[in-house]
Design a binder for this molecule. Structure first.
Ligand code: PBG
Length: 323
């Protein structure tokens, strides 16, 4: 009788051994919670396509921020839903705009217990729902949009945001925003570049969450889902422009891109587990078709294993409590 000489199962024999040889760990500090705040609400409102996620009022957001700070997660990423929109997204850089008001409130509430982060994009604030301002032909005007991003960045930094999430996918946005911030004296504001953000179907529930006005798509500025090398090129370019952190988004359909980006840059790499990824697991779990907690933790550890140093996830607070 011949026996195998190589026995990988030795290292799987007990929880203690498995824990000791585990390659990837998930800790609350690596999780960031995206949160929505809607102007004019007096109470939080559930988002139908994202069971368990709400549009916050200012007050409920402040309370939620205090709660999640106690859970030990790393940060909170704020998205504002304004009551009024216009062609250039004026609410974005108005100090009294909802996102800036909410940022001041959250920073006052949690101080440094969380890294308070803000989405830097115009799509929530424009009446056409695009991430920038439109040019004569109706397409997004890159360089005119950069001017708006610069103003928005200064407003967010002045509101106290620690980290700006550049999610608009305009060319040159990192360099432009960095220069605008530095000129205004905000040299300490961290820039997270959504370097490889893919155009696709997984953002559907988010668009309900922010009452998106978009009718077309974002394929002229977000990446083609078929392109991995292009995602790496974007990440490298963003680091060259001064990005402190780069992001791949969505997460699970793009784990190969995440691994490639991790290998190509030496700054922190984050991933955004987006609304569609969230909704799929919640819907399957609601039917009893999947083990909810198991699927959530496996998805997060998979994203970490592929190369993400931190993950934006709507399950941040809940998952932190399990870890
Ligand atoms: C754009 C933005 C999007 C998301 C966050 N910021 C995507 C989009 O509408 O193209 C999606 C997040 C999610 O789906 O959870 N500012």
């Amino acid at each position: 009788m011949s026996f195998p000489t190589h026995r990988p199962r030795r290292l799987r024999q007990s929880p203690a051994v498995r824990r000791l040889v585990r390659e990837t760990h998930l800790v609350p500090a690596q999780l960031v919670l995206p949160a929505f705040v809607r102007e004019g609400l007096t109470e939080r409102v559930p988002i139908g396509s994202m069971p368990g996620v709400v549009q916050h009022s200012l007050d409920s957001l402040r309370r939620a921020a205090a709660d999640v700070a106690a859970s030990g997660i790393g940060g909170i990423m704020l998205f504002g839903v304004p009551a009024v929109r216009d062609a250039i997204g004026s609410g974005a850089d108005d100090p009294e705009g909802i996102l800036n008001v909410a940022t001041r409130a959250v920073v006052a509430e949690v101080g440094d217990a969380l890294v308070v982060q803000t989405d830097l994009c115009l799509d929530e604030f424009t009446d056409h729902g695009h991430c920038g301002v439109l040019g004569a032909g109706g397409s997004v005007d890159n360089d005119a949009t950069l001017e708006r991003y610069g103003a928005m960045a200064i407003a967010q930094a002045e509101a106290g945001s620690h980290l700006l999430g550049l999610s608009g996918m305009m060319d040159g946005q990192v360099a432009h925003v960095r220069a605008a911030l530095d000129d205004a004296g905000h040299t300490g504001t961290i820039l997270l570049a959504y370097a490889a953000k893919y155009a696709g179907a997984f953002y559907g529930p988010f668009r309900e969450a922010v009452d998106s006005q978009l009718t077309g798509d974002r394929r002229t500025y977000q990446l083609d889902p078929a392109n991995a090398r292009e995602g790496v090129r974007e990440a490298v370019a963003d680091v060259d422009e001064g990005a402190d952190i780069v992001m791949v988004k969505p997460a699970m359909p793009y784990l190969d891109v995440l691994a490639d980006v991790r290998a190509a840059v030496d700054v922190p790499v984050w991933a955004y587990q987006v609304s569609g990824e969230y909704a799929m697991v919640e819907a399957a779990a609601a039917h009893g078709w999947i083990d909810r907690r198991g699927a959530i933790l496996e998805s997060l550890v998979g994203i970490r294993r592929a190369g993400a140093d931190a993950v934006l996830t709507y399950w941040a607070a809940e998952a932190a409590a399990w870890l």
